[in-house]
Write a protein that binds this ligand. Structure first.
Ligand code: ZN
Length: 447
C-alpha cells in the first residue's frame, strides 16, 4: 500500500505513525534515525486526534516529503492549531514580525528615556571608552548615529531601518569609527592618514604620474567657467593630515569630496575623491563626480577650510590609550605587589619580636618544590601555613591556610601562625637587628 493510503483521514494514529516510520529514509523522504524519530513519534501519539483528520494526514505527508519540518508539525499541534496547517506558516511569520516590532518599540522607548536600548546594567565601564564628541566634529550636528559592526541581527536591521543605527559592515578593526553623521557623511573618530601608499614601487610611481595628470585635467576644468549644473560647495573642513573634506550639494542630494595628499607627499598632485552618489546611475555618477571634484578644487582656491576639530577626535582616542596603558603598566603593578609583600614580612617580624610568648609552635615542615607547608599548634588546635616563593628575586609570601575562627582574634592568630612559620624557616631572624627575608632587595636571608 502506498504511504498516501496508509497516512490518510480516518486511519488510527498508531497505523499512520507506523506507516510514517516505515517510509522515512527513502528517496525523496526525510532522513531520520530511531534515536531522533521515536521520541517525536511518541509526542505525536499524544497530540494527534483519533482517528487522524484529513488535515493531520496532509501535514504528516508534508513532513514525509520534506516540505516542512517535523518540529513545525509538533509546534502547530502543541499550540493548539491556532489556524489551519496550510496557514500556519504565514501566521507564524506574522507573529515573528509582530514580536520584532514590539522589541524595536521597546528599544525606542528606552532610547527616548535616555537608557541603553538593550541592557539594564552597564556591562562596560565608561573608562573603557574614550570620551569622544557628542556632536559631529565637522559640521557640529548632534544628530549622529552609532555605527553597528558585525553581521546584523534582525533587531539591528530593524533599528537600522528605523534610523537608530547605521550598519558598518561585517568586520571591525581597532580604530574603526563608531559614530556617523548623516548631515555631512563624517564618521569619527578616524586616524589621520599619513601612511605611505601600499604597493610595488613601479605601481606607486605610476600613481604619482597619474595623480599629476588628473590634477591638471581638473585644474583646466576649474579654470573655465562653471557648468550650469555644477554643484555648490557648502562647507569644507581641514584635517591634521592636511586632507580636506568638501560638503558638496546638488540641490536635494549631497556628497563629500575628499582631497587627499598621499601621492602629493611623494611628489605627485592632490587627488579629489568624491563619495558614492547613491541617487544616480553609474554613467551619470561618473559625470557628476567630476563636476563635484571640480567644484571642490575651485572652492579650495578661494576659501580656507574650517579648522575646528583637526583630529576628528583621534587625539581623544590616543589620549585615552595612553591613559589606559599607564594604568595597566605591568611593571608598576609588579612593583606595588612586591612592596606590599615586603611590608607584610616586616609586620610579621615586628609581631614575632613583640609577643614571642604568643607564637604557636611549629610541629611540622614539608617542602614542595619551591614552596613549603608548615603545621603550627595553637592551644585550641593546629593550622597550616603555606610559604610561597614566586621567584628567587621576589619576597616570600606566608599565608595561613585556615581562617582561625576558633581564636578570639582570628586575624591576629593568622599573623602569629605566619610569623611562627617564618621564624622556623629563618631562626636567626628572632634576634633583633635583622630584617626579614626579601625585605631588602634580595632574598639574602634564605638558607
Ligand atoms: Zn557632520
Amino acid at each position: 500500500m502506498r504511504p498516501e493510503e496508509r497516512i490518510a483521514a480516518g486511519k488510527s494514529i498508531r497505523d499512520a505513525l507506523t506507516a510514517f516510520r516505515e517510509s522515512v529514509n527513502q528517496k525523496g523522504t526525510i532522513f531520520s534515525t530511531d534515536h531522533w524519530l521515536l521520541p517525536k513519534l511518541e509526542q505525536l501519539q499524544q497530540l494527534l486526534t483519533e482517528p487522524i483528520t484529513q488535515e493531520e494526514a496532509e501535514a504528516l505527508l508534508d513532513v514525509r516529503y520534506q516540505r516542512h519540518f517535523l518540529e513545525e508539525l509538533i509546534e502547530w499541534l502543541e499550540r493548539g492549531r491556532p489556524v489551519s496547517w496550510e496557514n500556519f506558516f504565514t501566521y507564524r511569520a506574522n507573529l515573528k514580525q509582530e514580536e520584532l516590532r514590539k522589541r524595536a518599540d521597546e528599544r525606542e522607548r528606552r532610547r527616548a528615556a535616555g537608557l541603553h536600548p538593550y541592557f539594564d546594567t552597564k556591562i562596560f565601564a565608561d573608562e573603557c571608552f574614550p570620551k569622544i564628541s557628542d556632536v559631529c566634529p565637522d559640521c557640529g550636528s548632534s544628530d549622529w548615529k552609532p555605527i553597528a559592526y558585525g553581521l546584523p541581527t534582525e533587531d539591528t536591521e530593524e533599528d537600522a531601518r528605523r534610523g537608530h543605527v547605521v550598519l558598518g559592515g561585517c568586520t571591525i578593526e581597532l580604530g574603526d569609527p563608531t559614530r556617523y553623521c548623516p548631515a555631512c557623511f563624517n564618521s569619527w573618530p578616524t586616524k589621520p592618514d599619513v601612511s605611505k601608499p601600499a604597493g610595488r614601487p613601479e605601481w606607486i610611481e605610476q600613481q604619482i604620474v597619474e595623480s599629476r595628470a588628473e590634477y591638471a585635467q581638473l585644474s583646466a576644468l576649474a579654470d573655465s567657467p562653471p557648468a550650469p549644473e555644477e554643484p555648490v560647495v557648502e562647507r569644507a573642513w581641514a584635517r591634521i593630515d592636511r586632507s580636506v573634506r568638501f560638503l558638496v550639494s546638488f540641490g536635494d542630494n549631497k556628497t563629500v569630496v575628499a582631497k587627499n595628499l598621499e601621492y602629493f607627499r611623494l611628489g605627485g598632485a592632490p587627488s579629489y575623491n568624491p563619495g558614492f552618489l547613491s541617487w544616480c546611475t553609474y554613467d551619470e555618477s561618473r559625470r557628476l563626480s567630476t563636476l563635484a571634484a571640480v567644484a571642490a578644487l575651485r572652492f579650495g582656491r578661494t576659501h580656507q577650510p574650517e579648522r575646528h576639530n583637526l583630529y576628528n577626535d583621534w587625539d581623544k582616542v590616543q589620549a585615552h590609550r595612553r591613559e589606559l596603558s599607564r594604568c595597566c603598566d605591568e611593571d608598576s603593578f609588579q612593583r606595588e605587589w612586591e612592596k606590599e609583600r615586603r611590608k607584610k614580612l616586616t609586620e610579621l617580624l615586628k609581631l614575632a619580636r613583640a609577643i614571642p610568648e604568643r607564637l604557636p609552635s611549629v610541629v611540622s615542615v614539608r617542602s614542595f618544590e619551591q614552596d613549603r607547608k608548615f603545621l603550627v599548634r595553637f592551644p585550641w588546635g593546629v593550622v597550616g601555613v603555606k610559604r610561597h616563593r614566586f621567584s628567587l628575586l621576589e619576597p616570600l609570601e606566608y599565608r595561613c591556610t585556615s581562617s582561625c575562627t576558633r581564636d578570639e582574634d582570628p586575624d591576629l592568630a593568622q599573623n602569629l601562625a605566619c610569623a611562627a612559620a617564618m621564624l622556623a624557616e629563618f631562626p636567626r631572624l628572632a634576634r633583633a637587628g635583622r630584617r626579614p627575608p626579601g625585605s631588602e632587595d634580595s632574598t639574602a636571608a634564605s638558607n
